[in-house]
Write a protein that binds this ligand. Structure first.
Ligand code: FE2
Length: 304
């Protein structure tokens, strides 16, 4: 995700890209990729959308070591016209949207340390490349990502990026999809690259799982600090693309400006409910937080 209050480091190109410096990775860094890859590949079997596994195969991402973005981009370019470019970390929103609108996916080039195995402040190459890139080999999802970039450029000029960022969050990062057998599967990169959330998002009784609806979703805050309390389920990538392209965002943003947000764990009368979550996990975490920090007792839980 991106940010607006950043200044460009001198080592970056005007579009904020840097060289991946693939030859500089150490064997320990490649081994960290392999460890994460093996763990997630085993975890995702039967849980992830088949298009994700097709992408891993097509891009030959199961070869050992951190992928070289040049090679990855060559294969991706042939499949859907996308490329992967390296950036130093968070980048401004307008730069992020411009890359997506031009079919360039920006990825961090560093990899987490063993101490950061399960929690990271900023996305690393494993999240960005393992999590996001396989679906960019899917032509429909590839079009959706570009459409999001173009929508972002429009939203930036209208001052409504926060609304739009919820669409990215609840689809590209934390989306669920209905499989052919009606079982839910994972496709969001934030879930796919997380050992814990790839179980929680599908199996835990805590979170709500609701049918995808652009307007509803844009009124729903999200968690940046923990597992989501609500997930939205799409029927297919075709449906996601078309419902997003067909949405008339100008009037929608106008309407949303008058509409209050939902509570992060609320279910509304118009929602399609796959799971009415118990929210037990979020409650348990809140209780732990209060026990750890008594001065925070009574303070509202962070929900955005
Ligand atoms: Fe991401």
């Amino acid at each position: 995700m991106a940010n607006t209050t950043l200044s460009r480091p001198p080592s970056t190109a005007p579009d904020w890209t840097i060289s991946q410096r693939w030859d500089r990775y150490t064997s320990a860094e490649h081994a960290m990729w392999d460890r994460l890859f093996a763990r997630q590949a085993a975890m995702l079997r039967g849980r992830v959308a088949p298009a994700f596994l097709d992408g891993l195969d097509m891009l030959r991402m199961s070869r050992p070591g951190i992928p070289d973005f040049m090679e990855l981009s060559e294969r991706l370019m042939k499949a859907t016209g996308w490329q992967v470019v390296a950036v130093p970390g968070l980048i401004p929103d307008d730069v992020f949207f411009d890359h997506l609108a031009n079919r360039r996916f920006v990825a961090g080039n560093f990899i987490r340390t063993p101490q950061q195995l399960d929690y990271l402040q900023e996305p690393d190459v494993f999240h960005d490349v393992f999590g996001h890139v396989p679906l960019l080999a899917n032509p429909v999802f590839a079009d959706y990502m570009q459409a999001y970039g173009i929508g972002g450029q429009r939203a930036a000029s209208g001052g409504v990026i926060e609304r739009l960022s919820r669409l990215y969050w609840y689809t590209v990062e934390f989306g669920l999809i209905r499989g052919r057998d009606d079982e839910l599967k994972i496709y969001g990169a934030g879930i796919v690259s997380s050992h814990g959330e790839s179980v929680f998002a599908l199996d835990d009784p805590s979170p709500n799982r609701l049918g995808f609806d652009v307007k509803r979703l844009m009124r729903t805050p999200y968690r940046i600090d923990d597992y989501q309390q609500t997930y939205f389920v799409i029927d297919s990538f075709d449906d996601l693309l078309h419902r997003t392209l067909d949405a008339d965002f100008g009037p929608l943003y106008h309407e949303l400006a008058q509409a209050p947000d939902y509570e992060i764990d609320t279910i509304g009368p118009g929602d399609t409910i796959y799971t009415r979550g118990t929210q037990a996990y979020a409650r348990m975490k809140r209780a732990h937080d209060k026990a750890d920090r008594p001065e925070a007792a009574g303070a509202p839980a962070r929900g955005d």
